[in-house]
Design a protein around this ligand. Structure first.
Ligand SMILES: NC(=O)c1ccc[n+]([C@@H]2O[C@H](COP(=O)([O-])OP(=O)(O)OC[C@H]3O[C@@H](n4cnc5c(N)ncnc54)[C@H](O)[C@@H]3O)[C@@H](O)[C@H]2O)c1
Ligand SMILES: CC(=O)N[C@@H]1[C@@H](OP(=O)(O)OP(=O)(O)OC[C@H]2O[C@@H](n3ccc(=O)[nH]c3=O)[C@H](O)[C@@H]2O)O[C@H](CO)[C@@H](O)[C@@H]1O
Length: 429
């Protein structure tokens, strides 16, 4: 296989995995990130990730020649993996990093180089935002240089397996771009490479996949509320419904977190007013943390003078990412806090006392406590993240620490019989 020089722009979760994928498969890869801290950590061979497999995959790449550079370099292929946050106040995708990285690439371009955008973006970004910036180089996408969109779909928590095996969508700016990008991605182990008619379709499909999951979870959450009105256990009902060959409903939970599912569906609305279903699903999912707090208050009475332990501030089990975390949103709702770090709100002393605990998260801003300190003397525990450590909790241990035997198992990870037998009021969604 011919080794090609690839420059990866942005070495966060996706960029470092992507750079490692190409480096571990014989390419000459240079990784660049604008953040000094990220570069220094990677140069030391210490990627900032909680997934063991991903960490050793990145370490292996660094050992086998992935170069972390303080400057971006000219390369046959530039891959852009920068953040695309959602700007809530503007109601649109913040494309500043994509624009910055495109400017940087533009200044390095030579004839026949190829640029690939991997960041999640609103449909038409490659054609209407990236292409005009690259043209400023004097080289035209589709004529002098290649350009296309290849979304990343690996699942946090199962990153390496999915990086290597998920099918990929590829949308080229023109057919020559598609062929050049195919050449690059076909030389590394991934699932099949499915060619979209154009880059806009590929961008659209990436968003469609995440919006589909968000809508499906919203359906499960909506069912949970309806099922309660009928005294039906929603998980039993969903399991039975899913025995039909054409029904596949996901699981209800305390809300949908992470920086993909709660954000990407909004990108579909960038240039469309026809997103009612998708917007409603978002609202259903956004209401779930509030529903959890309402149910807790139904059980305990006013929460003002109570101490509540929140078990889990990561957005899902066995990861350390707290972005859009349902656990944090539950905490904020309980104390009426606005800030990112609810337990540190200055005026919370007169309100409910919160204890936050998460064995995966090291962020000191959240004032996290070890499990036994969080539970000690609390009036209730809310299990908000399905970490393995929480699923393994024993009712005897938790019961000996809590003041009142109340636990809200929002993700249905505990053995309800064992906990009820141990005298717990076990709440479930
Ligand atoms: N994390 C996921 O699970 C996932 C999955 C699929 C797609 N995505 C998408 O991939 C993109 C990257 O996500 P991420 O999770 O890796 O983000 P991240 O925040 O972990 O990393 C992005 C990195 O880009 C760097 N950066 C910013 N501007 C730059 C520039 N101009 N040049 C070079 N580096 C720059 C930042 O310093 C940061 O280290 C986003 O669009 C995201 O939506 C993420
Ligand atoms: C289409 C798809 O699969 N996309 C994945 C997704 O990754 P993710 O980690 O964000 O996805 P999830 O694991 O679904 O978690 C999200 C939240 O939904 C909650 N949840 C989940 C299942 C359920 O039945 N009920 C729930 O309530 C869960 O607790 C958590 O809060 O986006 C990435 C970036 O684009 C993709 O790369 C990746 O492929």
């Amino acid at each position: 296989m011919l080794s090609m020089r690839v420059c990866v722009h942005g070495l966060g979760y996706i960029g470092m995995a992507t750079a490692s994928l190409f480096a571990n498969n014989g390419h000459d890869v240079v990784g660049f990130d604008t953040d000094d801290r990220v570069r220094s950590q990677l140069k030391r061979g210490e990627p900032d990730v909680s997934e063991d497999q991903l960490e050793s995959y990145v370490r292996a790449a660094i050992d086998s020649g992935l170069t972390i550079s303080d400057e971006p370099v000219p390369a046959a292929y530039h891959i852009i993996c920068v953040p695309t946050p959602y700007d809530k106040s503007a109601g649109s995708a913040d494309l500043r990093y994509v624009k910055e990285a495109s400017q940087t690439v533009s200044s390095l371009l030579r004839p026949n180089d190829v640029v690939v955008l991997e960041s999640t973006v609103p449909p038409s970004t490659t054609a209407t935002v990236v292409a005009p910036i690259l043209s400023q180089s004097g080289l035209e996408p589709g004529e002098d240089i290649g350009l296309g969109y290849v979304p990343e779909t690996m699942l946090p928590g199962n990153a390496i397996t999915e990086l290597r095996s998920n099918d990929r969508i590829l949308g080229g700016y023109d057919s020559a771009s598609t062929a050049a990008i195919k050449n690059l991605y076909e030389a590394v182990p991934t699932g099949s490479l499915n060619v979209a008619p154009d880059a806009t379709t590929a961008e659209f499909v990436k968003l469609v996949q995440n919006a589909f999951r968000d809508v499906n979870i919203a359906y499960a959450n909506a069912l949970a509320l309806i099922a309660r009105d009928y005294g039906v256990n929603v998980r039993d009902a969903i399991e039975l419904a899913n025995s039909h060959p054409r029904v596949d409903i996901l699981n209800p939970g305390p809300g949908v977190g992470g920086h993909c599912l709660p954000v990407d569906p909004f990108f579909l609305g960038a240039n469309s007013d026809n997103t009612d279903l998708i917007d409603t699903a978002r609202q259903v999912n956004q209401r779930m943390p509030h529903y959890v707090v309402d149910r807790l208050a139904e059980e305990l009475g006013p929460l003002d003078d109570k101490t509540i332990a929140i078990l889990g501030v990561a957005y899902k089990g066995n990861v350390d990412d707290t972005r859009n975390s349902p656990g944090l949103e539950i905490a904020r709702t309980i104390v009426g806090a606005e800030s990112e770090a609810p337990s540190l709100e200055p005026d919370r002393q007169d309100t409910t006392s919160l204890r936050l605990c998460d064995p995966y998260v090291s962020n000191s801003r959240y004032d996290l406590e070890p499990l036994s300190d969080a539970l000690d003397g609390a009036d209730a525990a809310v299990l908000a993240t399905a970490h393995d450590e929480f699923a393994d909790l024993s009712p005897e241990r938790v019961g000996s620490l809590l003041d009142t035997r109340v636990i809200f198992d929002t993700l249905d990870v505990l053995d309800s019989e064992a906990w009820t037998e141990a005298g717990f009021d076990l709440l479930r969604i």
